[in-house]
Design a protein around this ligand. Structure first.
Ligand SMILES: O=c1ccn([C@@H]2O[C@H](COP(=O)(O)OP(=O)(O)O[C@H]3O[C@H](CO)[C@@H](O)[C@H](O)[C@H]3O)[C@@H](O)[C@H]2O)c(=O)[nH]1
Length: 489
C-alpha cells in the first residue's frame, strides 16, 4: 500500500476530489486515502489552503496528486489570527466553531475551481466541511463524507442524541445505559459541554455547526470511515442496517504508510536513536503523547512529569510544539536532568507511527484521538487511555471496555475527564507496563494488529470495500459520460 506512485503509471480510471478539514488529525488520514485512490489508478485532486499546502505537498511529494489551494476567508472572522489556517494552530480551541463555520465562505471559490477540472467521478470531503455537499450537488457528482472517528463513537452518539439520553440524569457523572447497546454505559461528561449545555432559545455556534454537518451527512451519497470491519462489526452492522447513508470502512488508513522506507543513515532523529539504545539494552519504553489539539494546564503537565519520574519506567514524552506557554511554570530542564537516561522529552513534530512501530515501545499514554488509537492498534501497542475532549471519551470506552486493548488512567475524582494526579498516573503506568492487566491488553492488541493488517491487504475487508466504492461511483460516472457523449480529459 505504501508504494511510490508517479504520474507515468497513473491511468485515468476516474477522478476523485478530496477536501480534508484543516487540522492534522483530519488531514493525515485523507492524505493516506488519496494514495489508495492513486494506487487504484484514479486521478486525484486535493483542496487545501495556502498555509496548509506545504504539509500536503510534502506528504504527497512522490505522487501525481494535484493540489489546489483556496484562500482562507480569515477577514470574515477577525477573531482568528491572520495566517492561522489550521485548528491545531489556533490560540485556543474555544475558537474551533468560529473557525469551522468560517470555512463556509470558501464555497464560491471552491465551485469556481471545480468548474475548471476534468469531470469529477466523486468527492470525499470532511464532515466538518458540510457546505461542500451543495457544491457537489450543483456540479452533479456524489459526495462521500469523511468522519475522522470510528463507528462505535458515531453509533453511540447517534443513539444518545436520538433518545435524548443526556437529558435524564441530574449529575454529570451518573451512568446512563445506551438503550440500543445496553452493555454500554456513558455519562454526560463523555460528551463535549458545547453540545450538552445548549440553550434552546439561543442555539450555540456548536449546535448550529453540528446541525449543518449532520444534515449534510444524511443527504450525502455515503460515509467513509477510517476503521475496519473486524474492529467494530456490531457498530458497522448497526449503521448499515439502521442508519443512513451507508458507511464504507476502508481503514486503518495509517497502514498506507506501513511499507514506507526509512533511510536510517540520513533520517534518524535523536529520539529514534534513543529508542534503538533502549532496545539494545533490552529495556521497554512508554510513549506519551496527546495529539495535536489537547490543551494541558501547567499543573497537569507537572503532575505528568512527577508521575513519570516516580514510576521508574523509561518514557518518551512528546509535548505539543505549539505549547511553549504550556510548559511555562514548571521546571522542565530540572526534570529532564533528573530523568536523564531513562526519559526523553521531545517538543518537535515526530513521526508518531514510526515511534509506535519501534520494537522498544510497549505502551502508549494517549488522549485517544482516533488516529492515535488506530496507530497504536496497528503497532500492537496497548493504550493507557486518557481522554481530554471531542469524541475521545467514547474512543476510550471502546478501547478499554469494548475491545479491551487498553487500561484507563485514574482521575482524582473518578470522572471521565477529571484531573490526573501523579499517583494516579504512576499506578496505571506501572500496571500497563509491568502488571497482569497490562499483559492481558498487550495480548489482545496484538490480535487486532493482525486483523488490521489483513483488512488492508489485497482481498481483505477494507481492500474490497474500497474497490466496491470505486466501482460503484466511477461506473455511474462513466455511464453519465456515455449518455451525454462527453469524455474525461
Ligand atoms: O508530533 C506529532 C503529533 C501528531 N502526529 C500525528 O497526528 C495525528 C493526530 O491525530 P489524533 O491522534 O487523532 O489526535 P488529534 O490531533 O487530537 O485529533 C483530532 O481528530 C481526531 C480525528 O477526527 C479525533 O479523534 C480527535 O478527537 C481530535 O482531537 C496522528 O496521526 C499522529 O500520528 C504526528 O505524527 N506527530
Amino acid at each position: 500500500m505504501g508504494s511510490t506512485i508517479n504520474s507515468q503509471h497513473v491511468e485515468d480510471e476516474g477522478h476523485v476530489v478530496l477536501f480534508p478539514f484543516m487540522s492534522k488529525g483530519h488531514s493525515i488520514p485523507l492524505l493516506h486515502l488519496s494514495r489508495l485512490f492513486l494506487a487504484r489508478r484514479l486521478r486525484v485532486t486535493i483542496f487545501t489552503t495556502p498555509a496548509n499546502r506545504p504539509f500536503v505537498n510534502q506528504s504527497l511529494a512522490d505522487t501525481s496528486a494535484s493540489v489546489i489551494s483556496l484562500p482562507f476567508p480569515q477577514s470574515i472572522s477577525p477573531k482568528i489570527p491572520a495566517g492561522i489556517e489550521s485548528t491545531d494552530k489556533l490560540p485556543s480551541i474555544d475558537l474551533f466553531f468560529t473557525f469551522a463555520l468560517t470555512t463556509g465562505h470558501m464555497q464560491p471559490d471552491f465551485e469556481r475551481a471545480l468548474q475548471t477540472l476534468p469531470r469529477v467521478s466523486f468527492m470525499v470531503s470532511d464532515a466538518f466541511l458540510w457546505w461542500t455537499l451543495d457544491s457537489a450537488d450543483k456540479l452533479g457528482f456524489p459526495r462521500f463524507v469523511f468522519y475522522g472517528c470510528g463507528n462505535y463513537a458515531m453509533s453511540v452518539s447517534k443513539v444518545v442524541a436520538e433518545n435524548r439520553l443526556l437529558q435524564g440524569p441530574e449529575s454529570d457523572d451518573e451512568l446512563i445505559t445506551v438503550t440500543r447497546f445496553p452493555w454500554i454505559k456513558i455519562t454526560r461528561k463523555d460528551f463535549d459541554e458545547a453540545f450538552t449545555k445548549d440553550d434552546h432559545d439561543q442555539p450555540s455556534q456548536a449546535s448550529e455547526f453540528n446541525m449543518k454537518a449532520v444534515v449534510a451527512t444524511i443527504r450525502s451519497f455515503g460515509m467513509i470511515s477510517n476503521s475496519f470491519y473486524e474492529l467494530e462489526p456490531v457498530f458497522t452492522d448497526y449503521w448499515n442496517s439502521e442508519c443512513e447513508p451507508k458507511v464504507w470502512c476502508v481503514g486503518p488508513l495509517c497502514q498506507v504508510a506501513q511499507d514506507e522506507p526509512h533511510d536510517d543513515h540520513h533520517d534518524k532523529p535523536i529520539w529514534i536513536e534513543w529508542l534503538d539504545e533502549k532496545l539494545e539494552e533490552g529495556s521497554w519504553v512508554l510513549y506519551v503523547a496527546f495529539g495535536t489539539q489537547a490543551e494541558l494546564s501547567a499543573e497537569q503537565l507537572q503532575e505528568i512529569a512527577k508521575g513519570l519520574e516516580n514510576s521508574n519506567i523509561n518514557f518518551l514524552w512528546v509535548i505539543r510544539s505549539k505549547g511553549s506557554e504550556e510548559t511555562a511554570g514548571w521546571d522542565i530542564n530540572g526534570f529532564e536532568e533528573r530523568v536523564n537516561g531513562r526519559g526523553m522529552v521531545v517538543k518537535e513534530w515526530v513521526d508518531q507511527r514510526r515511534i509506535l512501530m519501534h520494537e522498544s515501545v510497549k505502551g502508549f499514554v494517549s488522549h485517544c484521538g482516533w488516529n492515535s488509537v488506530l496507530e497504536s492498534i496497528c503497532a500492537g501497542v496497548p493504550i493507557l487511555a486518557w481522554p481530554m475532549m471531542a469524541e475521545q471519551p467514547l474512543n476510550a470506552r471502546m478501547v478499554v471496555e469494548e475491545i479491551k486493548v487498553g487500561l484507563r488512567v485514574e482521575t482524582c475524582d473518578g470522572s471521565v475527564k477529571g484531573f490526573v494526579k501523579s499517583e494516579g498516573l504512576e499506578k496505571m503506568v506501572k500496571e500497563l507496563m509491568e502488571g497482569e492487566k497490562g499483559e492481558e491488553v498487550r495480548k489482545k492488541v496484538k490480535e487486532f494488529a493482525e486483523l488490521a493488517n489483513k483488512a488492508v491487504k489485497e482481498g481483505g475487508s477494507s481492500w474490497l470495500t474500497l474497490q466496491s466504492l470505486i466501482d460503484e461511483t466511477t461506473l455511474s460516472s462513466k455511464k453519465l459520460d456515455d449518455e451525454s457523449g462527453s469524455h474525461n480529459e
